[in-house]
Design a protein around this ligand. Structure first.
Ligand code: ATP
Ligand code: MG
Length: 322
């Protein structure tokens, strides 16, 4: 069986805007842009994991470039290429071919994880975008638009993807469950999947597939697959930090937010809930630390950095208490 069929996230990856779940404003704006494809601006897709950014970029490529989209699209990952040099070389080589095919107005460069590029390296990217503007368009993808320098942002039409809401995720999961002929999946199972994945549709689909592999689908099988519920994980991270082991707490936090795609603000919400049942040297201080970082996240500071700083502060409570 080809990989695309083995993995439900691939098997059910939308190939048209109409199939995309949620993100209705984005769909409308893109439909309009695709009508006038000659005038397509550079695009910047920003938003949380598993919300459809890469999928949408592929759909735009298909819609604009037609059957030959793969030949005229270069997909790069800004974080796993060895440095900007490589990215630059690849883009330059690719962009140089200005050959025209009927109905193919330009080449597309999809640059994933663009916010992982060092700010100092980004002006060079901006120059490449300008130099090749006659025959290329860029789709930049990022978790946070704030990681992209202003000079690039202002040259792009920005699309902000949202975490998917529970109703949309549940509806999509139910459709997949029907096609995969899963039996007797109760509403509580979908609720458990959503609680564990918080609007990350990729993770929700993966979780349902993993849980279904063990036979009957129950909230228990969902929980077993996630190892523990997200809340339990957050509680564990907090008690690790409060126990004074900053490094371990940080590693677990990064795993939870990156691999499982838990949004940072939810991390704080669960952390607040968990605090009550933990043995904390200075509870008042711990709560005010949480509140401070909650505030910073709302202000839009770099979330991973903020959570790391928070864990550092929590782990220093122990040293003070000793
Ligand atoms: N809005 C959506 N509608 C339908 N399916 C979606 C949507 N978002 C995500 N998916 C499903 O999740 C999978 C992953 O989505 P995608 O790769 O587009 O996410 P992403 O936003 O690029 O995430 P990341 O930031 O982690 O790269 C898709 O293959 C698809 O099955
Ligand atoms: Mg992606």
């Amino acid at each position: 069986m080809p990989l695309e069929d083995l993995m439900w996230v691939e098997k059910y990856r939308p190939t048209s805007l109409a199939e995309l779940v949620d993100q209705s404003t984005i769909k409308q704006r893109l439909e309009a842009l695709i009508q006038k494809k000659q005038q397509l601006p550079h695009l910047l897709f920003a938003g949380p994991p598993g919300s459809g950014k890469t999928t949408t970029a592929m759909i735009v490529a298909m819609q604009i470039l037609g059957d030959y989209w793969r030949d005229y699209t270069l997909s790069l990952n800004a974080s796993d290429e060895r440095g900007l040099e490589m990215v630059r070389d690849k883009i330059k080589t690719f962009a140089r071919y200005s050959d025209r095919r009927e109905g193919v107005p330009f080449r597309l460069i999809i640059l994933d994880e663009a916010d992982e590029m060092a700010p100092l390296a980004q002006p060079a990217l901006r120059r490449i975008m300008e130099e090749t503007a006659a025959y290329t368009r860029f789709i930049l993808i990022a978790n946070y638009s704030s990681g992209i320098i202003e000079a690039i942002q202002s040259r792009c039409a920005i699309f902000r993807f949202q975490r998917l809401d529970e109703a949309s995720v549940t509806e999509h999961l139910k459709a997949i469950a029907r096609k995969e002929k899963l039996k007797h999946v109760g509403d509580s199972v979908f609720a458990a999947i959503y609680e564990a994945t918080q609007g990350d549709l990729r993770q929700a689909i993966n979780l349902m597939q993993a849980a279904s592999a063990s036979g009957e689908m129950t909230t228990e099988s969902v929980k077993t697959v996630t190892g523990a519920t997200v809340k339990a994980r957050v509680s564990d991270i907090l008690s690790t930090a409060i126990g004074g082991d900053f490094d371990a707490a940080r590693t677990k936090m990064i795993e939870l937010t990156r691999v499982y795609g838990i949004p940072e603000r939810d991390f704080l919400k669960f952390a607040n809930e968990a605090l009550g049942s933990l043995d904390v040297p200075d509870m008042a201080e711990a709560i005010s630390i949480l509140a401070e970082y909650d505030f910073r996240l709302v202000q839009g500071s770099q979330p991973e950095l903020q959570l790391t700083a928070m864990l550092a502060q929590l782990s220093s409570l122990k040293r003070k208490g000793d």
